[in-house]
Structures are given as structure tokens and as C-alpha cells.
Design a protein around this ligand. Structure first.
Ligand code: NIG
Ligand code: FE
Length: 419
């Protein structure tokens, strides 16, 4: 006999049901189902219906009263730097005084500060710290997350970060998808040996592949970090080895990384505050997802990515938290969604699509998750809101009521089950 769970007394389900990548106008098309109930068998949704539900009186049937809360798919945060040592609050006042992000990095601070702390931290320290953040994310309704390395910049520490992510994926309710970001910054020791470092990142790819530590490779393509040519050589080598690509690009300046990434069929290009009109056109003709990170613009007090222009041009958008110790020290993905309304001028329906099915597509999991449909995995989020607009409008708080992961209740009335 299968394990059954019936979730009843749901006020409304909101879900994108379009085939991903959901682009342009279609992003605002969301299915709305009033007064539904859901039947889950093991980890799958087997029925979504409205009206009276018939309780199957087998001992293995559980019933959950949704108490007239609204339901959306479990959130997919497809760009985070979850695993790192230390924190950078000591750089916060510099930032407030107006010292630019890249100047802090050039002085050996920023990412390089976190590199020092991550090298020093033990596996257990990194694990426990990242687990605490994952718990926070789960409480905010995130059920799948992408996690990058990039705070080692030497093979040993990069592997340590990726192994922490792998272990957390085994033990934590949230599913983790890992990305190798050896090209996050140029390590100090390589200051006058750029080419050697790029070659080292390329050489290390094989080991990451052999040890099955990551499915994706990322590069920070930016002025003063890695240029378009270097980005291309790393990404091309990665692609040859069978890695999928995600790329930090056009955050501050547009230096050609976007074109390189689209040509190489990257799954996502991320940030895009400085994207050119020409690149927007190329992006609209591709299946690459524009992964916008508005919490980063908020924290760095920078301009926001041109979300409206991207949507109006027919691009498929995702939004992600970019959780990291420098530019975005917050696990609150609901806040990212709310900033997307306020600052990216995205509609609540577009935001929902960008936080569920499109990021799932970018992680190659959209056949199983990212929407609430019969046959899909039951990753579900109940929100203590009357409607979707209210969720985006009432900002800064946690609206989670409960979370289901793989058909199991993992957060109940804003508490992690079993803790
Ligand atoms: O996505 N831009 C590059 N990487 C991160 C920041 C990392 C850090 O400052 O530690 C980002 O914003
Ligand atoms: Fe990032």
C-alpha cells in the first residue's frame, strides 16, 4: 500500500503551467485553482481536484488541513554561494562610505577575505554554518537550491566546499545542485600569472568531473576579474567535459561574457544589470535563462537589471537570492521576490514563474518540479496570505505556513518538523 497524504481546505493554488522556458508575456500566465485539494502518493501529486474530497480510510492515509492558506510550488533558488567561512560585516561601513565593490576586491578584501576564512574553516565548521543557512532557506519555502564553490581558489578548498554541499544534499530536506566556481576571483598568489591560473582552473575541471562533485561550471566575467576570452576558454573546456554552464556576467560592465555564454548555450546568465540591447535580442532567441539577482542590487545600492525590457523582448527570466557573505548576506528568498516587484517592476505572476518553473528548467529538473501538476513531485509551499498579490506586497516578513518536500511535511506552522 502506498503512503497517501491529502492536503485539503486550501484557499487557492497558484502555479505556472506553461512549458519552460516560460518567456516574455507567458510569464504572467498563471493557473489559479480555488478551493482545491491535493492527493499525494509517496512523493508524487496524483490528483488535484476541487469540491468534496473522499477520504480513503486506509491506515496509511494522512490528512493535512491547509486552513484556507494559499499554495504555490516549493521555491527554487538557482544561484547561491551557500558554503563559506566567516562573514564580512567589517567591510560594510566601507561600502556605506561609498568604496566600490571592485575596489574592495582589488585591495585584497571582498571575495579574497572570504577565501582566507574558508581555507581556515574545517569541513565540520563549514557544514554546520551552511546547514543553518539551509534551514533558514527551508523556512522561507525554498525546496531546491543551487550552490557554488568559489571561496577556495585552490583545488583542496574548492573540493572541501563541494563535498560539504554533497553531504548536505544527502542529509538535508532541500535538494542541492552544485556548481564549480574556481574562476570566482584571481588568487593573490597568481597576481602576475593570470594565464597560469586560468589554465589551472581548466586542468582542475577533470578532477571535479571524475569525483562527481559538480554538474555545473560558473565564471565571474567582469572588469578586473575574468575577461571574455578567459571566460570562453574555461567554459568551452567545461562544456567539452560534459559540464553545464552558468555565468556571472554584466553585473557592473558589459565586457562580452553574455555573448560568449549564449553561444555556448549556458543554462543561465546571472546579474545582467549592464546587459546591452544587442545581447537582449540574442538572449530572447536562445533557451538561456536570464537569472536576475535583485537582492544584490539592493544590498550594493546599485542599479537593477532591466527586467521589464527583458520580459518585453521575450526573454525567459529566473530570480535568485545570490546568498553570499559579500554582496547579498541574506537567505530570505521571499524578500528577493518582493524586491522583484518593487524594483524590477515584475508582476506577482511573473515573479512566481521566475522563482519556480524557470529556475527549475535551468537546473534540468522542470519535468519533476517547479509547478503544481498531477504527476509532479509534491514540493509545495503554503503561505499565510489571502492571495498572491498580498504575498509580494507585504514585504520583509516570512509568509510561510508550511512546506512539503517530496510529499512530506517538513515545515509545519513555520517550524521545521522534528526540531
Ligand atoms: O554573485 N559577483 C560575484 N560573486 C558574488 C559575490 C561574492 C562575494 O562578494 O563574496 C555575487 O554577487
Ligand atoms: Fe553570485
Amino acid at each position: 500500500m502506498e503512503n497517501r497524504l491529502i492536503i485539503y481546505n486550501i484557499k487557492t493554488i497558484y502555479t505556472s503551467i506553461n512549458k519552460p522556458p516560460v518567456r516574455g508575456k507567458l510569464m504572467s500566465e498563471v493557473e489559479v485553482i480555488n478551493n482545491p485539494y491535493i492527493v499525494i502518493e509517496n512523493d508524487k501529486i496524483i490528483k488535484i481536484s476541487t469540491g468534496d474530497y473522499k477520504v480513503d480510510k486506509t491506515p496509511k492515509t494522512k490528512i493535512y488541513d491547509a486552513n484556507q492558506k494559499i499554495m504555490i510550488p516549493g521555491l527554487v533558488d538557482s544561484h547561491t554561494h551557500l558554503v563559506f567561512g566567516g562573514s564580512r560585516e567589517h567591510e560594510f561601513s566601507k561600502k556605506i562610505a561609498g568604496v566600490p565593490y571592485l575596489d574592495i576586491l582589488a585591495e585584497g578584501g571582498g571575495i579574497l577575505n572570504t577565501v582566507k576564512a574558508t581555507k581556515k574553516a574545517s569541513f565540520e565548521e563549514l557544514y554546520n554554518k551552511a546547514k543553518k543557512s539551509l534551514d533558514e532557506m527551508l523556512l522561507f519555502g525554498v525546496t531546491s537550491v543551487e550552490v557554488k564553490s568559489g571561496y577556495g581558489l585552490d583545488l583542496e578548498t574548492e573540493i572541501k566546499q563541494l563535498k560539504v554541499a554533497k553531504e548536505l544534499n544527502k542529509n538535508h530536506q532541500i535538494d542541492i545542485y552544485s556548481t564549480y566556481l574556481g574562476a570566482h576571483a584571481l588568487p593573490k598568489e597568481y597576481k602576475n600569472k593570470r594565464n597560469e591560473y586560468v589554465q589551472k582552473v581548466v586542468d582542475d575541471l577533470e578532477i571535479i568531473k571524475q569525483e562527481k562533485l559538480a554538474d555545473y561550471v560558473d565564471v565571474f566575467c567582469e572588469t578586473g576579474v575574468f575577461n571574455a576570452k578567459e571566460t570562453k576558454s574555461i567554459l568551452s573546456a567545461a562544456k567539452k567535459l560534459g559540464f553545464k554552464l552558468r555565468v556571472h556576467t554584466d553585473e557592473i560592465d558589459s565586457i562580452g561574457g553574455t555573448k560568449v555564454s549564449i553561444d555556448l548555450k549556458a543554462k543561465t546568465i546571472d546579474h545582467l544589470m549592464a546587459i546591452t540591447d544587442e545581447d537582449i535580442t540574442a538572449l530572447s532567441k536562445s533557451n538561456t535563462i536570464a537569472n536576475l539577482l535583485p537582492s544584490t542590487s539592493f544590498f550594493l545600492n546599485k542599479e537593477y537589471a532591466p527586467a521589464r525590457k527583458l520580459i518585453d523582448s521575450g526573454v525567459a527570466l529566473a530570480i535568485s537570492s545570490d546568498y553570499n557573505p559579500g554582496s547579498t548576506p541574506s537567505e530570505n528568498f521571499q524578500l528577493t521576490m518582493q524586491i522583484s516587484g518593487n524594483k524590477l517592476m515584475m508582476l506577482p505572476e511573473e515573479i512566481l514563474t521566475a522563482a519556480t518553473i524557470n529556475p527549475a528548467y535551468s537546473l534540468d529538473i522542470s519535468k519533476k518540479i517547479g509547478s503544481i501538476e498531477e504527476g509532479k513531485i509534491a514540493d509545495l509551499l503554503l503561505l499565510d496570505c489571502n492571495n498572491l498579490d498580498y504575498f509580494i506586497y507585504h514585504y520583509g516578513i516570512n509568509h510561510t505556513y508550511s512546506v512539503f518536500k517530496n510529499g512530506k511535511l517538513v515545515v509545519d506552522k513555520r517550524r521545521i518538523v522534528g526540531e
